[in-house]
Write a protein of this length. Structure first.
Lengths: 112, 113
């Protein structure tokens, strides 16, 4: 069973605010991912990391940024939230050399 | 490019079978299948690799046709617990185990008693 924690689980915030979505894991997995998913829609990869100090953008263009200073921590930051950022953000991890991705519970973000 | 799943939705009675397809216009390295129940996170089901054999997981199995760049997920003798949205995620040829996936739009499976 994967231990992936995302905080906050729900966030309602006003336009223009800076927000950071937290993702942490206790499995020591090298690979970590951020996905964006609108209700009833597919998952879109927005960021991924293969290890400490390694981050790459996914296929979906995103105004967010990420950092990977520690193996267990992969926060996502939006400098200035907009209503178009309203969505669910899912964090996932994977063990190097394997294929399975383990998903966290997600953060539902609403920007008013 | 996003893979295309069909059908978009399936309604079954317990014990019936279903097939969900995932097609890509690009040559693929791998196809991954996930199930997401309403309000929950996606859960990994299985992966099909180029040149790999058909996989199975309880009464759920899958195949990968490299010539057609298509994968099919087979659910036999469906159970209520199979209900959810099924997503395929693909990695293009030349890929690795890094898991940079592009997901299809999903297939909603509903199993009734």
């Amino acid at each position: 069973e994967a231990d992936i924690y995302q905080t906050p689980r729900y966030l309602v915030i006003g336009t223009g605010k800076k927000i950071t979505l937290e993702c942490s894991q206790t499995m020591g997995h090298d690979k970590m991912y951020w996905y964006q998913q609108d209700p009833g829609m597919e998952l879109h990869l927005i960021h991924y990391s293969y290890g400490v100090n390694s981050t790459e953008k996914g296929d979906l263009s995103s105004e967010s940024t990420v950092s990977r200073i520690r193996t267990e921590h992969f926060p996502l930051t939006l400098e200035s939230a907009r209503p178009s950022h309203t969505s669910q953000y899912l964090c996932a991890t994977g063990l190097a050399g394997t294929y399975e991705q383990y998903f966290g519970p997600g953060t539902r973000l609403t920007v008013t | 490019q996003q893979p295309v799943q069909s059908p978009q939705a399936v309604i079954l009675r317990e014990g019936e079978d279903a097939v969900i397809n995932c097609s890509s216009s690009k040559a693929l390295y791998s196809v991954h299948w996930y199930r997401q129940k309403h309000g929950e996170a996606p859960v990994f089901l299985m992966i099909l690799l180029k040149g790999g054999e058909q996989k199975g997981h309880d009464k759920i199995s899958a195949s990968f046709n490299e010539k057609k760049q298509q994968s099919s997920l087979y659910l036999t003798a469906s159970q209520l617990s199979y209900s959810g949205t099924y997503f395929c995620g693909t990695e293009p040829a030349g890929g690795t185990s890094y898991g940079k996936l592009t997901f299809g739009q999903g297939t909603i499976l509903t199993v009734h008693p």
